[in-house]
Design a protein around this ligand. Structure first.
Ligand code: ADP
Ligand code: ADP
Length: 230
């Protein structure tokens, strides 16, 4: 089943920088996709297009067979389906404490207070961070902030999660925790797309590897095929 269909996607920033050119990609439900490419190749721009932060300059994005609509309701719906974990959790965390932080998304969906509380508790439990519940977000360590940023997204129960270099700033212990968590999400049927610079990891983890360079898709293939061609 097709989860996301990107057709002839182009994105140009206001200053004229062309960040994506004629990107065509079909991503299936439950697929594990690694996106690779040098800095500045367009990975983050692609994620922000997928999440509706940027509207394509040209081309289209379909999610669950429906074109994304760029109005309030359309974007709200899109962000319930596709969540993004930013590279730097400081850009994502803005509530006073962890409980409020994780509650924010589900509250915004208009869920009952008790339902929100249950969701937050269950996400804290699945990430093994119940003890952080009452902590001020400001005083968390880098690894803990990352875990809370992931918890934020999980509380929305998305079908797709985009991870922008999720382990980039983490020590090996927290990197392993995040990698294990990603595996659990995949096992639960969530479609995961991660930007990574780690080719060994991508080869071992991904169903397909997509290589982007200068805003264009150079390669989209299974790790085996990608490996044969290097
Ligand atoms: P990556 O995530 O692969 O490092 P980006 O998507 O951040 O790549 O960047 C793609 C291109 O778009 C680069 O040339 C970058 O300099 C440019 N770019 C990124 N953000 C902006 C912006 N806000 N305004 C103008 N150009 C940008
Ligand atoms: P830091 O202070 O650098 O974040 P700690 O080692 O003090 O590092 O905390 C590690 C984090 O990882 C804590 O939030 C803890 O709850 C969490 N953690 C510990 N064990 C597990 C585990 N088995 N699975 C998931 N998370 C864990």
């Amino acid at each position: 089943d097709t989860m996301i269909e990107i057709k002839n996607l182009n994105y140009q920033y206001e200053d004229g920088t062309v960040a994506l050119q004629n990107v065509n990609l079909t991503i299936n439900k439950g697929e594990k996709i690694a996106i690779m490419g040098p800095n500045g190749s367009g990975k983050s721009t692609l994620f922000l297009c997928l999440n509706g932060v940027y509207k394509p300059t040209n081309g289209s994005i379909q999610v669950n067979g429906e074109p994304v609509t760029y109005n309030r309701n359309g974007l709200k719906k899109l962000r319930q389906i596709i969540g993004i974990v930013f590279q730097n959790p400081d850009n994502q965390l803005f509530s006073a404490d962890v409980f409020q932080e994780i509650s924010f998304g589900p509250m915004n969906l208009g869920l009952e207070k008790e339902v929100v509380r249950e969701r937050v508790e269950s996400v804290l439990e699945s990430l093994h961070i119940q003890h952080l519940k009452k902590r001020p977000t400001h005083f968390l360590s880098g690894g803990q902030k990352k875990q809370v940023a992931i918890a934020d997204i999980l509380a929305m129960k998305p079908e797709v999660i985009l991870f922008d270099e999720p382990t980039a700033a983490l020590d090996s212990y927290h990197s392993q925790l995040v990698n294990d968590l990603v595996d659990e999400l995949c096992e639960a049927g969530i479609t995961v797309i991660q930007a990574t610079h780690d080719s060994d990891y991508a080869m071992a983890w991904a169903d397909r590897i997509i290589v982007i360079q200068d805003g264009k898709v150079l390669v989209k293939d299974t790790p085996q095929k990608v490996f044969e061609n290097v």
